[in-house]
Ligand binder design. Structure first.
Ligand code: AMP
Length: 189
């Protein structure tokens, strides 16, 4: 599915003034964590309660009329937006964590990053077969992390009702890596 990536109900996409407001609240830090990377820092947005609230509402709006069963947030900034999005929509929140952090029985996936690889884990009993899950992170770059999280949902028998990001770095084509899974982003750089 392409369009505004998920099929948005009328009025669900944020207005340009909301996007401008959010864009101003994100800080750009050159050469972090290494030379050549322009880091999109959402900590300044979190310091601004109006912008934080606008961001969560903009993430929630496309899904209010067709609620998911659960939100999966990706460690660690995906926890911030994911858990508030879950509260905003009134659904449960699932953690996709780095290895060795979750106490119960887990399912793991490994995924490729630009340099090297990494893993994510989820509690096996956190997602029931047939569940509709929104996978949430602050930002999608190459898409490897988000793809790993989507695979966790699908390996447990759930399906990805949307992969949802506040920020998309369009030049890295992360959305292509997610294939046909419905995709939604608010700010594109
Ligand atoms: P990727 O797997 O390449 O899509 O990387 C996504 C993860 O890396 C997300 O959890 C982001 O928070 C983080 N990330 C990657 N690039 C940036 C960037 N330029 N600014 C901020 N965070 C980034």
């Amino acid at each position: 599915m392409r369009s505004e990536e998920v099929i948005l109900p009328a009025g669900a996409a944020p207005e340009d003034d909301v996007r401008d407001r959010l864009r101003k609240a994100v800080r750009d830090i050159p050469d972090f964590p290494k030379d050549g990377i322009l880091f999109r820092d959402i900590t300044t947005l979190l310091l601004d309660p109006e912008a934080h609230s606008l961001a969560v509402k903009a993430l929630a709006d496309p899904f209010r009329d067709d609620l998911p069963d659960q939100i999966m947030g990706i460690e660690s900034r995906g926890f911030i937006f994911g858990s508030t999005l879950a509260l905003e929509l009134g659904v449960g929140f699932v953690l996709a964590r780095k290895p060795g952090k979750l106490p119960g029985p887990v399912l793991s996936v490994s995924y490729d990053l630009e340099y090297g690889s990494d893993s994510l884990e989820v509690h096996k009993d956190a997602i029931q077969p047939g569940s509709k899950v929104l996978v949430v992170d602050d930002l999608i770059a190459t898409g490897g992390t988000a793809k790993g999280a989507c695979e966790l949902v699908e390996l447990l028998g759930g399906y990805v009702a949307g992969a949802v990001f506040l920020i998309e770095l369009t030049g890295l084509n992360g959305r292509e890596l997610l294939g046909d899974r419905p995709f939604y982003s608010i700010l594109r750089y």
